[in-house]
Design a binder for this molecule. Structure first.
Ligand code: ZN
Length: 105
């Protein structure tokens, strides 16, 4: 099981590849040369892609008012530079407001 820690911003961080245990992140490896050239902030974390998830029951979304706050989280995906496994390296827990665009049914 991947090692998990919580940081100060309500995030879950999984630093190690769940397959081989490496901490060799492909995204951070690729960003390293940009940091060395001064074109990227060294404190900035890099990921392959990020997807957003909202916790919502579509059958009950119609009764929620526009602007209702819903629990949501961003899953920051990375790839192991040693074995190629994709893994969710950081999950940022937060919320989103229901808008007319996201309300369905
Ligand atoms: Zn790995």
């Amino acid at each position: 099981m991947a090692e998990q820690r919580e940081d100060e911003t309500q995030s879950l961080v999984f630093e190690k590849c769940p397959n081989c245990g490496s901490t060799n992140s492909l995204a951070n490896k690729m960003a390293k040369s940009e940091i060395e050239k001064g074109r990227m902030d060294p404190k900035m974390d890099s990921f392959i892609f990020i997807f957003k998830c909202t916790v919502i029951d579509n059958n009950r979304a119609a009764i929620l008012p526009i602007g209702a706050e819903l629990p949501a989280y961003d899953v920051n995906m990375d790839m192991c530079a040693d074995c190629g496994t994709l893994w969710g390296r950081k999950v940022v827990i937060g919320s989103v407001k229901l808008t007319g665009m996201t309300k369905s049914r």
